[in-house]
Write a protein that binds this ligand. Structure first.
Ligand SMILES: Nc1ncnc2c1ncn2[C@@H]1O[C@H](COP(=O)(O)OP(=O)(O)OP(=O)(O)O)[C@@H](O)[C@H]1O
Length: 593
């Protein structure tokens, strides 16, 4: 069933997503067809009026009734048009709501690591822009498309009943369109795909260019030397010029034919009028209706690119909707022991290369374990697996002897605090940024802020704890934001703490303050520190040395110096680096109780 869903794409998949709203879309289409029928009626009545006027004796009552019917038809046509628009908009906004809800629910069921490893800009583009385009397509393009198809069909059918020769002449633009459109837009599908691809490249290049501006300036590069950006802009320019150049000759012919669509009707009409006694009313009818159906056809010419854009959006949505969900968790509660055990854990991000290989170690409750190792050795991956950012590929992680997969997700989250390298601040008050929805009093929040060394700078803000982050001209330094993050963790007071020690390195003064906050935070907790500087971990209860996803050594600092060559090598490199330092900075100095 899931597989079947995956097979559909583009508009077919969109209609599938529309689910029960398809009925509303059908209603909108029917109302649009009724609008078209009624929109043609006044022209037919005008023709009847002309015929009545030139056929003596003139029946004034009949003409009056035609005029009245024409007015009714115009009013009814607009009522149906309004109703069609309402139906398509209601369907579109309902589909939009359902889609956003589905996406939000799906994101909630995906592993945290999925969201962490996805560019937030790309997710925003899917959740906001792509879904928005779908709304536009359903609300506007579907009724336009129905009108574009129904109007020519009905008009020409009627015209054939009046005069088949003139009706044939009226069909000429359609024949020309049928030949020229495929010629004009021969490479269009491919070109549209290329267009969107190079537009995305250019957007990514622009974002990177703007973000990297300080680095470019510091390293003395000029804007022109930023190859990725300028290359993407040039490629976009070349692509668009190429596309326009290849399609413009046929497009020119196409436009001139369409703009002069009345010519075949005029020529045939005058011939038949002068030579074959065609009535003036029929000639006028064809001059109005015989060319009037062309304009709605234009709506159809933009449909192809729109469908292509929608298909891309739907594909991107499906990539998320069909992503592998986190295996369902059990509903066990955690006991009172918070020891952590990695039991032969292996993990792969892509199903091929192992980021962790057969990792086993135990962190006793209330102790501090440092994870060290070269860059890419798997430290962050191991730490993230504890909070089920991802699930292990093989092996188990146990907290207090319980497999974390059997524990209720909320229960697990309640018992673990993460202090990330990046401090995320929400667009709300500093108070709410610390509280994070927890049921805590103002006194608790102030106490946590004091312990995290942020109370002083918060009280100096224009509105103290009520100051809105991101507004009121508020700016907090990176170190201050890190301390807010620590205040959150202190307030949460979870028994398990995962710290990315890089958080501590900003400037000596901030580092000293953070050191104090850290020491306050880790008391009586089971702590895992992803350590980047070895001098900070000499006092830890245990150091786990990681190398290429595997454990290369476990023990205290002194023991590892003797029996783990990699650790010794790292320590020597670290002490050498320190001796080169111009000034000594205070170390984090994590101390065990
Ligand atoms: N989201 C991800 N998707 C795919 N591969 C990843 C992802 N995150 C990490 N990796 C890969 O997994 C391996 C381990 O990375 P990890 O970040 O755990 O190492 P680390 O020791 O914490 O490195 P560092 O000290 O540089 O932060 C690396 O090869 C890395 O490229």
């Amino acid at each position: 069933m899931e597989e079947n869903k995956k097979m559909k794409s583009g508009v077919a998949r969109l209609l599938e997503i529309a689910g029960s709203r398809r009925r509303l879309l059908l209603l909108s289409a029917i109302l649009a067809v009724l609008h078209v029928i009624l929109a043609v009626v006044p022209y037919i009545l005008t023709y009847a009026i002309l015929k009545a006027l030139i056929t003596p004796p003139v029946d004034v009552l009949l003409i009056k009734s035609y005029i009245r019917d024409a007015i009714y038809a115009v009013i009814a046509a607009y009522i149906f048009l309004y109703a069609a628009g309402m139906a398509s908009h209601v369907a579109a906004f309902n589909i939009l709501y359902e889609l956003r809800k589905k996406m939000a629910e799906k994101l909630g069921r995906l592993p945290l690591g999925f969201i962490n490893s996805h560019n937030s800009g790309a997710l925003k583009k899917i959740m906001a822009d792509d879904i928005e385009r779908i709304e536009n397509f359903i609300a506007h393009s579907i009724p336009d498309f129905v009108k574009g198809m129904a109007l020519p069909l009905m008009t020409l059918t009627y015209l054939f009943t009046v005069n088949w020769r003139l009706a044939l002449a009226s069909c000429l633009p359609i024949v020309i369109l049928a030949v020229l459109v495929p010629l004009t837009f021969r490479k269009k599908k491919e070109a549209v795909v290329n267009y969107h691809r190079s537009l995305e490249d250019m957007n990514a290049g622009i974002v990177e260019f703007v973000r990297a501006m300080p680095v470019i300036k510091i390293f003395g590069h000029t804007a022109g030397s930023f190859d990725k950006y300028s290359g993407a802009v040039y490629r976009f320019q070349d692509m668009v010029i190429d596309w326009i150049r290849s399609s413009s000759p046929a497009f020119g012919v196409f436009i001139s034919f369409v703009s002069n669509a009345s010519l075949p009707v005029l020529a045939t009409g005058f011939y038949l009028y002068f030579q074959q006694g065609l009535s003036l009313s029929v000639l006028l009818l064809f001059l109005v209706l015989g060319v009037g159906y062309i304009r709605p056809l234009f709506a159809l010419s933009t449909l192809g690119p729109q469908i292509s854009v929608i298909s891309h959006g739907v594909k991107r949505l499906d990539e998320i909707l069909f992503s592998q969900e986190q295996a369902t968790a059990g509903d066990e509660r955690l006991g009172t022991s918070y020891s952590i055990e990695f039991d032969h854990v292996s993990f792969s991000y892509d199903g091929h290369a192992d980021a962790l290989r057969n990792v086993s170690f135990t962190i006793p409750q209330g102790s501090i374990t440092a994870l060290v190792g070269p860059s890419g050795s798997g430290k962050s991956t191991a730490a993230q697996l504890i909070a089920r950012f991802w699930d292990t590929s093989r092996g188990h992680i146990l907290i207090g002897g319980q497999d974390i997969r059997k524990i209720k997700p909320e229960e697990l989250m309640q018992h673990i605090s993460f202090v990330f390298q990046d401090s995320f601040m929400f667009q709300q008050s500093i108070l709410e940024n610390i509280r994070m929805g927890m049921d805590k009093s103002m006194a608790d929040i102030e106490a946590a802020a004091k312990a995290a060394q942020c109370h002083d700078f918060i009280t100096r803000l224009p509105n103290g704890y009520q100051t809105l982050w991101g507004r009121e001209g508020v700016h907090l330094s990176g170190g201050e934001q890190q301390r807010i993050q620590l205040a959150r963790a202190i307030l949460k007071d979870a028994p398990i703490l995962v710290l990315d020690e890089a958080t501590a390195f900003s400037d000596p003064e901030n580092e000293y303050l953070i050191q104090q906050a850290f020491n306050r935070l880790i008391v009586h907790k089971t702590v895992i520190v992803i350590a980047h500087r070895l001098s900070t971990i000499t006092q830890c209860n245990q150091v786990v040395v990681m190398n290429k996803g595997a454990v290369a050594g476990i023990g205290r600092h002194e023991a590892l110096l003797k029996n783990c060559p990699l650790y010794l090598h790292m320590w020597e490199a670290h002490t050498r680096a320190k001796s080169f330092a111009l000034t000594e900075t205070p170390t984090l100095n994590i101390t065990t109780e």
